[in-house]
Design a protein around this ligand. Structure first.
Ligand code: HEC
Length: 159
């Protein structure tokens, strides 16, 4: 192998190794607490509410009442409470059961209260609402003023 091929290979190797890091850097503002994980049987629970659209509408009202003061009106998180953006893939990739468990139990030492006294059906309504925030189906995004968007989304023609 001559010097030129070796150099090309080194550059390729660098790109292959660096790409996942560059992609994950976008998400680095929030890492879910690894010690705060729903037990497997809780994470496997499915949302029992039959009409998810109706549930999400009710869930949005509950969210505005109980959650928005920390997570923001549009669930993009607030810096002063360190409540994360709930649109993030790190949150959305968790199962309905896992989100339900986190809402029910909280992570009090890190600032997330437990909502065990909120009726179960209301908690599932909130889960339905959180599901509407998945990238691409976010109706609240259009109302989002440019100044409140995360830095990575500002003036980026690719997005
Ligand atoms: C007093 C502020 C506060 C309120 C009120 C609050 N949260 Fe949170 N929430 C937090 C903080 C802080 C975290 C991050 C906890 C951590 O670092 O593990 C969090 C984490 C979460 C997570 C987990 C994100 C992850 O990393 O997996 C979910 C889901 C969530 N909150 C939903 C809600 C919902 C739904 C409500 C309303 C029913 C709510 N929160 C109300 C502060 C709050």
């Amino acid at each position: 192998m001559n010097f030129k091929t070796a150099r090309i290979m080194a550059v390729n190797l660098f790109l292959i190794l660096a790409l996942p890091l560059l992609i994950s850097a976008q998400e680095s503002q929030h890492q879910p607490d690894p010690t705060w994980q729903a037990p497997a049987e809780e994470a496997a629970k499915t949302n029992p509410l039959p009409d998810k659209t109706e549930a999400a509408a009710g869930g949005r009202k509950l969210f505005l009442r109980d959650c928005a003061n920390c997570h923001g009106q549009d669930a993009h998180g607030t810096e002063d409470t360190e409540a994360p953006d709930l649109h993030l893939p790190a949150v959305q990739k968790q199962s309905d059961g896992a989100l339900f468990w986190k809402i029910s139990n909280g992570n009090v030492k890190r600032g997330m209260p437990a909502f065990s006294r909120t009726p179960e059906a209301s908690r599932w309504q909130i889960v339905s609402y959180l599901r509407t925030l998945k990238a691409g189906s976010d109706s609240t995004n259009s109302e989002q003023p440019e100044s409140r968007k995360p830095e990575s989304q500002k003036n980026d023609p690719k997005k």
